[in-house]
Design a protein around this ligand. Structure first.
Ligand code: F6P
Length: 323
């Protein structure tokens, strides 16, 4: 067991549903084991500016069912510079923080690694709706975001079917198509446009719509990942080329909010619990990740080197099932 008495917890980068469940698990596991826990507001900004307060089991009551993050979050430019990291490490030491749990995405973990070079034991928990962190099969928030998008698209489909229209729906994901591919499968989309697959307008979008119409289809859903382009010009092009009225919907930040799903709550709780157990066991500079469907801790530097690929089989299956 490590001789550690005080830790901090922060959320950084874009918020994700389930972050509160992770914070709650960190705070309660720490307190249960006799550690003092400090909450840091607005990510690394709060660390640099000393916006730090003591938390306990009661300060995280009634939080796990809510979206967003009770600690608030930010992307911190100052922390990208060595001077910002040095300042943050100094503040961490003033507050007596021996360990730090960082809940966020890839960029947040690189910040954690920089801090660890100043002697602070850091643990990263992956949280981003984009699910684009190479070393983990799952990131907190991904499941809820997909469910939110799916529910919205089901509604769009009702009206698209009634009018035999085409609909282009743009979903989030930054440079990755994980949300797009999964909601396309779950909503029965005719076509998916994602960064991981080369895109040919005539072949990938027009052909499924025109052939689908000949086979008696009543709606044509195109799921577009934001990393490829925008819904409005794509919808205009479809309407011009097919004569079918085509609407464009950008789901936007609705995908990032809302009450976390069971999957996100359970995994976020497990990851928060494991983060503190890892620190207590004396393991430092680790990432808590899902690999082979199990939540485990891995070396941070090793994690940075790992990559993952979207399933080409799933892309093909989505196309076949749209028949
Ligand atoms: O990384 C999460 C995410 O929601 C991306 O899907 C999206 O591209 C980005 O954040 C939006 O960032 P912001 O809320 O800062 O505009």
């Amino acid at each position: 067991m490590a001789d550690i008495k005080k830790i901090g917890v922060l959320t950084s980068g874009g918020d994700a549903p389930g972050m509160n469940a992770a914070i709650r698990a960190v705070v309660r596991t720490a307190e249960y084991n006799g550690l003092q826990v400090m909450g840091i507001r607005r990510g690394y900004n709060g660390l640099i500016n000393g916006d730090i307060f003591e938390m306990n089991a009661r300060s995280v009551a009634d939080t796990l069912q809510h979206g967003g993050t009770i600690l608030q979050t930010a992307r911190c430019d100052e922390f990208r510079e060595p001077e910002g990291v040095r300042r943050a490490a100094e503040v961490a030491k003033i507050f007596g923080l021996e360990g730090l749990v960082v809940i966020g995405g890839d960029g947040s973990f690189r910040g954690a690694r920089d801090l660890s070079e100043h002697g602070i034991s850091t643990i990263g928990i992956p949280a981003t709706i984009d699910n684009d962190i190479g070393c983990t099969e799952y990131c907190i928030g991904f499941d809820t975001a997909m469910n939110t998008a799916m529910e919205a698209i089901d509604k769009i489909r009702d009206t698209a079917t009634s009018h035999a229209r085409s609909s282009v729906i743009e979903v989030m994901g930054r440079d990755a198509g994980y949300i797009a591919l999964n909601v396309a499968i779950s909503c029965g989309a005719e076509s998916i446009v994602i960064p991981e697959k080369e895109f040919n307008f005539d072949e990938d979008v027009l052909r499924p719509i025109i052939e689908g119409r000949h086979r008696g289809k009543k709606h044509y859903l195109v799921i577009l990942a934001e990393g490829v382009g925008s819904a409005i010009p794509l919808a205009e092009e479809i309407q011009t080329r097919t004569g079918i009225r085509t609407t464009a919907t950008v789901l936007g930040h609705i995908q990032r909010g809302g009450s976390p799903s069971v999957h996100d709550r359970v995994n976020a709780s497990t990851m928060g619990f494991k983060a503190v157990e890892t620190l207590l066991a004396g393991r430092k500079n680790r990432l808590i990740v899902m690999q082979n469907n199990k939540i485990v801790d891995i070396d941070m530097e090793e994690g940075f080197k790992q990559t993952k690929q979207i399933s080409q089989d799933d892309i093909r299956m989505c196309e076949v099932l749209a028949w």
